[in-house]
Design a protein around this ligand. Structure first.
Ligand SMILES: N[C@@H](CCC(=O)N[C@@H](CS)C(=O)NCC(=O)O)C(=O)O
Length: 215
C-alpha cells in the first residue's frame, strides 16, 4: 500500500482528510500520531517540521503531502474515485475552494482557538483572542445558515472537498457553541453531514477520544 496517513482521529483537520479517503474507499495505512508522546511527536516532526496533521506520505510517487486541502486535491488528482471532490469545471472548482477556505479559516480555526485556550496553563489564557474567535464564528455561522437555506451540500447537489471541510468544522462548532436552536439551516446541513457514511465513519472512530475535548 503506497499511501500512509499521519493523523489523529480527534483532529478536525484530520477528519476532513479522512472523509475524502472514505468517500472513495481509497486504501491507506493509518498512522496515529500521539502529540502527547515525545517520541511520536519528534518522529512526526522529522516528516513535517511544522508538526501539524494530517500529512500524507505516498511512497509510490515519493511525495510527502501536508495540509488537509492539498491532501484532498492530491487524492482527487492521483487517486480519483466516484465522488469527484474537486469539480472538473475551473469556475466551479474555484468557488468550491473558496468554501473550503471559508470553513477552514472562519469556522474550524476559531473553534480551535476557543477549545485550545481551555488547555492553556493558568495565567496564559487569551480571553481577548477567544472573544474575537467567538465573534468570527458567530458571523461565519450566520453566513452558513443563509448559504444553506436551499442547498443540500456546500456546492449544491454534489458532495465536494468543501463538505469535507464543513463536516468537522461544524461538528466541533456545535459542541462549543450549540447552534441548533438559532441556525436551523446550518444545523440541518450538519445533520446531513453526520449521516453521510464517510463522516459517520470518521466520527465513530473519533468517539473513543471525544471525552478529551475540554469543556
Ligand atoms: N492548515 C492545516 C491545519 C492543521 C492543524 O491545525 N492541525 C491541528 C489538529 S486539528 C494540529 O496538528 N494541531 C497540533 C498542534 O498544533 O500541535 C491543515 O489544513 O491541515
Amino acid at each position: 500500500m503506497s499511501l500512509k496517513l499521519y493523523f489523529h482521529p480527534l483532529s478536525s483537520f484530520c477528519q476532513k482528510a479522512l472523509i475524502a479517503f472514505y468517500e472513495n474507499e481509497t486504501p491507506f495505512a493509518p498512522h496515529i500520531v500521539d502529540l502527547g508522546n515525545e517520541t511520536s511527536r519528534a518522529d512526526f516532526k522529522r516528516i513535517w517540521p511544522i508538526g501539524k496533521f494530517p500529512v500524507l506520505r505516498d511512497d509510490a510517487r515519493d511525495r510527502t503531502v501536508p495540509e488537509s486541502s492539498i491532501i484532498i486535491e492530491y487524492l482527487a488528482q492521483h487517486y480519483p474515485g466516484t465522488t469527484r471532490l474537486v469539480p472538473a469545471d475551473a469556475d466551479l472548482a474555484r468557488q468550491m475552494r473558496m468554501r473550503d477556505r471559508f470553513y477552514d479559516l472562519y469556522v474550524n480555526v476559531p473553534v480551535g482557538k476557543i477549545v485550545t485556550d481551555r488547555l492553556r496553563p493558568a495565567g496564559k489564557t487569551d480571553p481577548h483572542g477567544v472573544e474575537e474567535a467567538k465573534t468570527l464564528l458567530h458571523t461565519a455561522l450566520g453566513m452558513v445558515d443563509h448559504d444553506m437555506t436551499t442547498k443540500t451540500w456546500a456546492m449544491g447537489d454534489a458532495f465536494t472537498m468543501a463538505d469535507c471541510a464543513a463536516a468537522p468544522a461544524l461538528f466541533y462548532a456545535n459542541m462549543v457553541v450549540p447552534f441548533g436552536g438559532t441556525h436551523k439551516y446550518a444545523a440541518g446541513y450538519l445533520g446531513r453531514l453526520m449521516q453521510r457514511p464517510s463522516y459517520a465513519r470518521a466520527l465513530k472512530e473519533a468517539q473513543p477520544y471525544l471525552a478529551l475535548v475540554p469543556k
